[in-house]
Design a protein around this ligand. Sequence first.
Ligand SMILES: NC(=O)C1=CN([C@@H]2O[C@H](COP(=O)(O)OP(=O)(O)OC[C@H]3O[C@@H](n4cnc5c(N)ncnc54)[C@H](OP(=O)(O)O)[C@@H]3O)[C@@H](O)[C@H]2O)C=CC1
Ligand SMILES: O=C(O)[C@@H]1CCC=N1
Length: 278
Amino acid sequence: MSKKTVFLGCGSMGEAILTGLLAAGTPPQSVYVTVRRAERAQELAQRHGVTALAQNEDSNSNTDAVMGADVVILGVKPVGIAGLCREIADHLEPTAVVISVAAAVSLAQLEGALKPGQAVVRSMPNTPLKVGRGVVALSGGSHVDESALSAAHQVFDGSGVVLDVPEEQQNAVSAISGSGPAYVFYLAEAMAAAARDFGLSPEVAGVLARETVAGAGLMLAEPGADPANLRRAVTSPHGTTEQAIASFEHQGLPNMVLVAAKAAASRAAEMTGELASA
Ligand SMILES: NC(=O)C1=CN([C@@H]2O[C@H](COP(=O)(O)OP(=O)(O)OC[C@H]3O[C@@H](n4cnc5c(N)ncnc54)[C@H](OP(=O)(O)O)[C@@H]3O)[C@@H](O)[C@H]2O)C=CC1
Ligand SMILES: O=C(O)[C@@H]1CCC=N1
């Protein structure tokens, strides 16, 4: 029998994980999701065939949903995680594995808001899980044994690469792969803007930027791919690309990426402190 899997909060990140999980073969009948708004619940139920509950005045959809659950994924914003944990703590099966996808919320904060002994996994996924090309890093809490960790792996296994990292590396993971898709989409936006600047139509500019980033991503996904080698294969000596790469170097693109990633990681550390004092 399939594990009962519950998503508490199912927005951008939750739906990406849900889509990957179902595409990998988990039956929708074994999946429950909760959200705030009724229209969002209806949308998720129609789109994915899962049972979706919205908040309502008659009962608590989160505590209802976690009854008998094997795996519970916390997909709300970081600021809502501790309250959600306290809300469901007494209703969880002692054997349930709770997986948080929230940036900045520590294992200590999660464990402190749940009942003693609950297995908790802190994760940092990314939205490409939706298309089977995600990457997620997991850190198990103090009550996570091999079977609990394996249950967490199974949530993501079919839709991306799953890594185990020490918790202290999670902010760095968040700054690279958690936020990373946004960096790549930003590059695509900038490429489209440059194309429009040349006078290309917005439609042509959009297609050129999107297909180039998507195609380059597929090449990077091939076994043994190395970004530096792939870049060199495009860069003819004394040719055109060389000029553009030299311009990026001159303007300090690698350092800009480093500084930006550090800003993301610092914000995560700051958020952990804010959540602790809230
Ligand atoms: N977006 C990303 O790329 C990534 C996000 N994350 C983490 O994922 C988490 C969610 O982010 P994201 O998906 O972007 O946010 P969204 O705002 O898109 O989704 C949040 C979801 O939580 C629901 N929700 C809010 N409060 C409750 C509640 N009390 N009970 C049940 N459901 C509730 C919302 O319902 P409704 O839709 O009805 O408003 C919504 O479905 C964050 O903690 C973030 O740090 C981690 C890695 C990457
Ligand atoms: O921006 C955020 O806070 C979340 C965490 C990583 C990606 N999105």
